[in-house]
Design a protein around this ligand. Structure first.
Ligand code: PGA
Length: 251
């Protein structure tokens, strides 16, 4: 049985004092959940967040990393650096990075490999644009992105990845994929993994849905057969909302 994962993506939001207050506020409210709780925070919040989350069930992740270990890459942060301070997760290939920061399938693949080498679990984002959706290209686009992101990984490495299916037209727009469409896309990603590797690993891989997940729609999405939880942007900035999403399967 795959465990449900609720991952917040704060994007470029939250100052350290806000991050600390947020984590302190949600800690007692999420401590009994069976779900994995991850917060992917800006680099400048990592250290404070790791300290405050110590001893809790809240795990801290970054939102990006460079694929080289070190060197003359002004302004960049490597997987080795993240791992050295205790980070365990890192979002790779978010559509905002693909769109605004020239992230390509090739850099995504290099980053995934470097993350795994440093014992970080990459949360690999794939998703189609509105135009691709309207041209019935969704499955082709997301299975291809998946294949390229995983290129060259061995079976053992595949045990430590998370994939997030995030239709770009649903991110921050208030538009959510229907639960059936989201589930179907995720099934196709799983089939692609089965094609490249095998059924066993395809069944074990955690695949999240992201794109305007809120407390109000979390349950119906996460109860679908293949949706293993969510990558949550806007709603992860509001503690009450995030608590409700984490506890969507309580009672
Ligand atoms: P959203 O963002 O929940 O605000 O749509 C999701 C994401 O970008 O990961």
């Amino acid at each position: 049985m795959r465990k449900k994962v609720i991952a917040g993506n704060w994007k470029m939001n939250m100052l350290p004092n806000e991050a600390i207050a947020f984590i302190e506020k949600i800690t007692p409210e999420v401590k009994h959940t069976k779900n994995d709780v991850i917060l992917c925070v800006p680099y400048t919040d990592l250290f404070y967040s790791l300290l405050i989350a110590q001893g809790t069930n809240i795990k801290i992740g970054a939102q990006n990393m460079h694929f080289e270990e070190k060197g003359a890459y002004t302004g960049e942060v490597s997987g080795q650096m993240l791992a050295a301070i205790g980070v365990k997760y890192v979002i790779i290939g978010h559509s905002e990075r693909r769109q605004y920061f020239a992230e390509t399938d090739d850099t995504v693949n290099k980053k995934v490999k470097s993350a795994l080498k440093n014992n970080l679990t990459p949360i690999i984002c794939v998703g189609e644009t509105l135009e691709q959706k309207e041209n019935n290209k969704t499955i082709e686009v997301i299975t291809n992105q998946t294949k390229l992101a995983l290129d060259g990984l061995n079976l053992k490495e595949l045990e430590n990845i998370i994939i997030a299916y995030e239709p770009i037209w649903a991110i921050g727009t208030g538009k959510t994929a229907t639960k059936e469409d989201a589930n179907n896309s995720i099934k196709e990603i799983r089939k692609e993994i089965e094609k490249i590797y095998n059924q066993d690993i395809a069944e074990k891989t955690t695949i999240l849905y992201g794109g305007s997940v809120k407390a109000q729609n979390a349950k119906e999405l996460f109860e679908m057969s293949d949706i293993d939880g969510g990558l949550i942007g806007g709603a992860s900035l509001k503690p009450e909302e995030f608590i409700k999403i984490v506890n969507y399967n309580e009672n």
